[in-house]
Design a protein around this ligand. Structure first.
Ligand SMILES: Cc1ncc(COP(=O)(O)O)c(C=O)c1O
Length: 456
């Protein structure tokens, strides 16, 4: 029997490895999981039992420090007291009331607060969804319906979800498309200005302006002027910082310049802030770093601290022209709506965005110290608490060291630190935004141990 007893529960405040993970109880769950669950994307066999703040306890009583935040979902930490209390209160009143067909105050409150925190002073409206991919599906339909245009531009390296519409934008790993051709037609991909590795062979850290102009030139000259007329293009979709593609931060002026190209041609900008949103990058939304206000923004992940929820926030005039063009069943569910409002309230009260900016600097500094010590760390990049380290076989060629990266991720897990890989050779470091310096140091110590043991 897997122990699930709370009597033995201790405070979760430090890494504690009692049995090398995965322990016997974890192994049993993993085995049954593979029997009853369809394959998805699992890589690290951590089997969680409970969690609080930045720590997670597994079913063998090991305690891990969480530098993954459930892929940037539990930004306010696990089982946050205020958010939990608000959801619990709602749990006794009303759970579900088909918010796309009927009405309730909680959904309106959540929509209102989202229109206030998202960039842009213009009036906005919200469509609630249940996931990131569904937010992008709604974005696609709103862009098509409002512009009466059918085609889209997306970036190589971008990730926007796995349902057939969003999948047509996703271009971060070939496996996502393997056997699923064709997805939605009409999406053209262009290179992203990745400063570290790009098809132009430009060092984008040294020459950001050159990288921007080559990228924009490619879009204008080789796509819009040759085979995808702007008159056909409803929108361009981008992640301000590419997430699944390897935590790629483009040069800071990129989106301002891109915006000009789009505005001149009446092409909408959809910012997919599913992973970058809600303080992750040290601003409420990553778009703010780049000085752009998208007409459409896709949200999910941390929007309701782990109660499934997504949202598509749009400039009001883009709203569907009539009822019936789009809808769903669970969007804006009461528990999710209450959790969304409570999440934003607690973020403001606890200055989570400011902490993300401040602790992000500390984390980046510590990662750069590791880079100075270990040749295999070729790049450290990120904004706020959205940081990554990239493993290379050779610093000059920047050839990705995928196997080493995987080894470090697994070894960190065995040392009590939860990490998630991204892209070909990077590990993302995305602790909850409430993390403090002492906890960062605890994590860096475990990470260094993992790097050292993986290269020896
Ligand atoms: C930027 C971005 N968009 C969309 C998605 C898809 O979200 P979901 O898995 O909730 O469908 C993700 C998931 O990682 C993402 O990072």
């Amino acid at each position: 029997m897997i122990s699930n007893s709370r009597e033995t529960a201790t405070e979760l405040n430090a890494i504690s490895i009692k049995v090398t993970p995965p322990g016997p109880n974890a192994k049993k769950v993993v085995e049954e999981d593979s029997k009853y669950l369809v394959k998805s994307t699992k890589s690290i066999p951590v089997v969680a039992r409970r969690a609080k703040g930045v720590f997670v306890e597994d079913v063998d009583d090991n305690v891990f420090l969480d530098f993954a935040s459930g892929i940037s979902v539990t930004n306010m930490g696990h089982v946050h007291d205020f958010i939990t209390a608000k959801v619990e209160e709602q749990l006794h009143k009303l759970w579900h009331f088909a918010g796309t067909d009927y009405y309730y105050r909680e959904q309106v409150d959540a929509a209102k607060v989202l229109t206030e925190v998202t960039p842009g002073k213009f009036p906005k409206k919200v469509f609630f969804t249940n996931s990131g991919t569904e937010s992008n599906e709604a974005a696609i339909k709103i862009a098509k319906a409002s512009t009466k245009k059918q085609q889209f531009i997306a970036f190589i390296g971008g990730f926007h979800g796995r349902s057939q519409g969003s999948l047509s934008f996703t271009a971060s790993r070939a496996i996502h498309h393997k056997g699923f051709f064709p997805s939605m037609p009409g999406v053209e991909h262009v290179p992203f200005p990745n400063p570290y590795r790009n098809p132009f062979g430009i060092d984008g850290y040294e020459h950001p302006d050159e990288l921007i102009s080559r990228t924009i030139d490619f879009l204008e000259r080789y796509v819009l002027q040759t085979y995808t007329p702007a008159e056909n293009v409803a929108a361009l979709i981008a992640e301000p910082v590419q997430g699944e593609g390897g935590y790629i931060v483009p040069p800071m002026n990129f989106y301002r310049q891109l915006r000009k190209v789009l505005d001149e041609r009446n092409i909408l900008l959809i910012m997919d802030e599913v992973q970058t949103g809600f303080g992750r990058t040290g601003k409420f939304f990553a778009s703010e770093h780049f000085g752009v206000e998208p007409e459409i923004m896709s949200l999910a992940k941390s929007i309701a601290s782990g109660i499934p929820m997504g949202a598509t926030v749009v400039r009001s005039d883009l709203d569907f022209p009539e009822e019936g063009l789009h809808s769903n069943t669970f969007g804006g569910n009461l528990l999710a709506s209450v959790s969304c409002v409570a999440t934003i309230e607690s973020m403001k009260k606890e200055k989570a965005v400011e902490n993300s900016a401040n602790m992000g600097k500390v984390l980046n500094g510590r990662l750069r110290e590791l880079q100075d010590k270990y040749e295999c760390i070729g790049d450290v990049r990120g904004l706020g608490l959205m940081q990554a380290i990239d493993f290379v076989k050779d610093r000059k060629t920047r050839e990705p060291a995928t196997k080493l990266r995987d080894k470090v991720e697994y070894s960190a897990f065995q040392n009590g630190l939860l990490l998630l890989s991204t892209g070909l050779s990077a590990i993302r470091i995305i602790p909850p935004l409430i993390i403090n310096e002492e906890q960062i140091d605890m994590g860096i110590e475990a990470l260094e141990k993992a790097v050292r043991s993986s290269i020896s």
